[in-house]
Design a protein around this ligand. Structure first.
Ligand code: HEC
Length: 132
């Protein structure tokens, strides 16, 4: 009897610890609010803009103009690259993660964005891709 009790107490303790961890990480990610102007745009400026503005090869080929939030949200001539709330399905993330067809990763022909920068893009989109 007491052995059974002890075992169920342990299960309860583990469940509580898991719940606490979940709540804790939820509150941490809520605190990590990603800002377009402070987090995302600086990356775009340094890593994307040289090609994604008029006369740049990325803009000329795809129509994607990254000078403004509106341009980013409008996407390419084929359609939006950002699906607010769904980073996994957003082509922008597919491209910077290198999940698109071979050879087509952004920034095109340059060093891959580091995992922090890619995580910022993902969180920003999952948080609704706001102009914040
Ligand atoms: C060195 C130039 C260059 C840089 C830097 C660059 N791109 Fe591009 N980008 C291109 C070119 C060229 C294309 C068109 C590719 C094609 O369709 O073959 C393109 C296309 C795209 C597309 C549309 C792809 C499609 O499926 O139509 C997206 C989205 C994109 N770039 C995002 C970015 C982002 C985000 C960055 C910065 C992290 C970036 N690019 C940096 C050159 C660049």
């Amino acid at each position: 009897m007491s052995v059974v009790r002890l075992a169920s107490l342990r299960v309860l303790a583990i469940a509580l610890a898991t719940l606490a961890a979940t709540l804790f990480s939820a509150s941490v990610s809520a605190a990590e609010k990603v800002s377009f102007s402070e987090d995302i745009y600086p990356i775009i400026q340094i890593r994307c803009l040289e090609c994604h503005q008029p006369q740049g090869e990325g803009y000329e080929k795809s129509g994607l103009d990254l000078r403004t939030y509106e341009g980013l949200m409008k996407g390419t001539k084929f359609g939006p690259m950002v699906i607010p709330g769904d980073a996994f399905m957003s082509n922008l993330i597919v491209l910077i993660d290198g999940r698109a067809r071979a050879g087509l990763r952004m920034p095109h022909g340059k060093k891959k964005l580091n995992s922090c920068d890619r995580r910022l893009f993902r969180s920003w989109i999952n948080q609704g891709a706001k102009n914040n």
